[in-house]
Design a protein around this ligand. Structure first.
Ligand SMILES: Nc1ncnc2c1ncn2[C@@H]1O[C@H](COP(=O)(O)OP(=O)(O)OP(=O)(O)O)[C@@H](O)[C@H]1O
Length: 699
């Protein structure tokens, strides 16, 4: 590898016939050298002995493919089809040249800093197959301390995770998995796999892909995995930030008044109404309602449009004109064409054809177009008059009669009724111009129908090559519709856990609904969790089993660790003592997870009085930099720490009768890798009591 890099970096060798060719060659060579360089320290992590067409040979598997031009030292990349065999239980395959291949032996090579540290044989056909060492390697890797960013798991990818990464390219997929099953990690690995040239027509250019994470803190945490997977160019953001940016209203304040009401209002009827209203707003049927509404509005604007323009074309005077019946026809045709680029683009195309017919010109002739351009602009302004996505969507949603008139056959009676209610009237609004998260998908839909949707490149809108949606249980069906519209067909990968849905009022009822709105998707379920020790997983499972919707039990990798610490009746001093004791035990990254922001805000300065410096993470602008942190559960979601302290983990803070609260508690206790401490000023939560001791005979 070093020899190859040297050759690439040698400018004299990359000389072309002329200066320009030489520069291009040198640039390309430098780029190749830069891509290969990081892999010199650990060029491979696996070796397979295979028999292909009767010849036995060794294949080395690494994070990056390497073709040794002057010797026999090749490395195949883990994303290649043959590299995938390293993780699979399958041992036979057929090469592209139709030769039969058989895997005889698999070996894990722990290489760091150009040093081979250890060799573990994973599979040996002559000695009876799997050796069991794969589990051992995994357990050791999981026992390592946490970092401040998401890690790549290429070396220890497990067979079921590998299958999820390699679900058919070109088909949407939904990957369901419990907390710590590696979903988010797998989403990024799937993207790396999609970016590999072997995906042929489905290959996704990383620069044209996007990953949507639930909040900025997690987006920042997960960006750290990108370089190791060769995905530096991928956009990682949150759905709200992306949508506001795309709509050009990033200055508006984003609020979630439904969540505010659900968390603070004790009136059950109002909570139910807010929930149903949010659900109705996120229904995929809203797309069709908006379609009908916009069609009528465009037709209404066209009604009085008599416009004409005289121009000189090829030495003669042409009168271009359009009258209401002609425009009505063009609009009817426009709305029928379901263009991703929107009505404005399609109507422009139709108008070009209309005026071209009047002058006998070719609709694509730029010189001819210039002669009717002014009139075309006037027609568009008239037709789209007053159609601003934010105001237009709000106007429609605030008009029960109009909704009834165009949506009676699309929405249920309950949905229509829910849309007419205003349960949020008492919830304060932001002082500045704002958008609510539950109305955002409808506004985005309105924009998409009028002006198109996709990846902006200058003034053009392109499809995303592949989009990964993390925490997919929190996206409304309408948002799924829009993401599918913005993306190449079959190129959406969804990761989620129905059991961790913290925003059920926005999310889908189940994955079938997602499958339906996406127009088909493969669904895979991850059955194992990797993050936490056996002791921590047992506590999380005890909570999850009270509402488990995914249908599969949570099975953790059987890694033993410290006993879960339970402290009842301890105040702030006790809590500070607990943190100090975790630090003394060698844990570096420790999270104190609270039920809400206010508690976290108060806890940080209070702990300082007891000599514990815990950084608060209480807004999306905060970044996780490691050490001891205090954060509310909704920001802790997706992050992980060496040790987690569940603060105020009692019935008062997590109402046992409310499923949503139990979900929050599940998220809280599932954040620690190695240690969990449950803390309450009084009695611990009902679901966190220690399991009864085993009967002496069983023990
Ligand atoms: N095959 C693996 N080898 C090593 N570590 C793994 C493997 N799979 C998962 N992990 C580790 O398990 C932890 C959980 O992974 P990840 O955060 O992707 O899970 P998740 O399912 O998205 O969790 P959550 O639902 O809580 O956000 C991470 O530390 C990850 O590095």
């Amino acid at each position: 590898m070093l020899r190859q890099i040297e050759a690439w970096e040698d400018r004299d060798r990359n000389a072309g016939a002329d200066l320009e060719t030489s520069l291009t060659l040198a640039d390309t060579a430098e780029e190749l050298a830069a891509v290969l360089s990081p892999h010199v320290h650990a060029p491979y992590f696996g070796r397979m002995q295979v028999n292909i067409g009767g010849r036995t040979q060794a294949l080395y598997i690494g994070k990056h493919a390497f073709q040794d031009l002057k010797g026999p030292h090749h490395v195949v990349s883990w994303e290649s089809d043959v590299g995938g065999l390293f993780y699979q239980t399958r041992t036979e395959w057929t090469t592209p040249t139709r030769l039969r291949g058989t895997v005889l032996h698999k070996r894990q090579l722990d290489v760091r800093d150009k040093t081979l540290l250890r060799v573990s044989d994973l599979y040996d056909a002559r000695a009876g197959g799997e050796t069991g060492a794969r589990e051992q390697v995994l357990i050791e890797r999981l026992g390592e301390a946490s970092t401040t960013g998401m890690r790549d798991v290429v070396q220890t990818l497990q067979p079921e995770q590998n299958d999820a990464v390699r679900l058919d390219a070109g088909r949407n997929c939904v990957i369901q998995g419990a907390a710590g099953s590696g979903k988010t990690t797998i989403g990024f690995h799937r993207l790396a796999w999609m970016a590999h040239p072997e995906r042929r027509q489905h290959q996704a250019d990383a620069a044209h892909c996007m990953v949507l994470m639930p909040n900025e803190i997690l987006a920042d945490y997960s960006r750290k995995v990108l370089p190791g997977l060769g995905l530096d160019a991928v956009t990682v953001t949150t759905p709200e930030r992306w949508a506001l940016g795309f709509l050009g209203v990033e200055k508006m304040t984003l609020e979630d008044r439904t969540l505010h009401l659900l968390l603070t209002d004790r009136d059950t009827t109002r909570r139910k109404q807010a929930w149903l209203r949010a659900k109705a707003l996120g229904s995929a049927r809203i797309e069709e309602v908006l379609r009908r509404h916009l069609r009528d509005r465009l037709q209404g604007n066209a009604r009085a449009t008599h416009l004409e323009q005289r121009s000189e074309y090829l030495g003669r005077t042409v009168t271009y004109r359009i009258d209401p019946p002609a425009l009505a026809l063009l609009i009817a045709q426009t709305v029928q064409v379901d263009s991703r680029l929107g009505y404005r683009h399609e109507l422009t195309r139709q108008l070009h054809a209309h005026f071209a017919a009047q002058s006998g010109a070719d609709a694509g002739d730029a010189a001819a177009q210039a002669t009717w351009q002014d009139l075309l602009g006037r027609v568009l302004r008239q037709v789209f008059l007053g159609l601003q996505p934010v105001t237009e969507t709000r106007r429609l949603l605030a008009d029960p009669q109009r909704l009834q008139a165009i949506g009676a056959d699309l929405l249920t009676r309950h949905q229509l009724h829910a849309l007419t209610l205003d349960p949020l009237a008492g919830v304060p609004r932001a002082r500045t111009a704002s958008i609510d998260v539950v109305e955002l998908p409808a506004i985005l839909t309105c924009y998409a129908l009028l002006s198109g949707i996709g990846r902006r490149e200058g003034r053009a809108l392109h499809e995303y090559a592949h989009v990964v949606l993390d925490e997919g249980q929190d996206y409304s069906p309408l948002m799924y519709r829009m993401m599918a519209r913005a993306t190449r067909p079959g190129h959406i990968s969804v990761l989620g856990d129905l059991n961790q849905g913290l925003h059920g009022y926005k999310g889908p009822n189940d994955w079938r609904e997602v499958e339906q709105v996406l127009g088909g998707a493969q669904v895979a379920t991850l059955t194992r969790t990797y993050r936490s020790t056996r002791e921590i997983t047992a506590v999380a499972a005890q909570i999850a089993q009270t509402y488990n919707r995914s249908g599969s039990p949570v099975v953790g990798v059987d890694r033993s660790g410290e006993a879960v610490r339970r402290s009842e009746g301890l105040g702030l001093q006790g809590l500070a003592g607990e943190v100090r004791s975790l630090l003394a035990a060698g844990h570096r990254n420790i999270a104190l997870v609270t039920r809400n922001v206010l508690e976290a805000d108060r806890l940080s300065p209070a702990l300082r009085l007891h000599d514990v410096d815990a950084q608060p993470i209480t807004t999306e602008q905060c970044r996780y930099r490691g050490g001891v942190v205090v954060l509310p559960v909704h920001y802790a979601k997706g992050l992980e720490f060496d040790a987690c302290v569940a603060v105020n983990a009692d019935n008062d803070h997590y109402d046992p009768a409310v499923e949503y609260e139990r979900r929050l508690l599940y998220v809280t206790v599932s954040r620690g890798l190695h240690a969990l401490s449950l803390h309450a000023p009084g009695a611990l939560h009902d679901l966190l009591k220690p399991p009864p001791p085993l009967h002496p005979v069983l023990a």
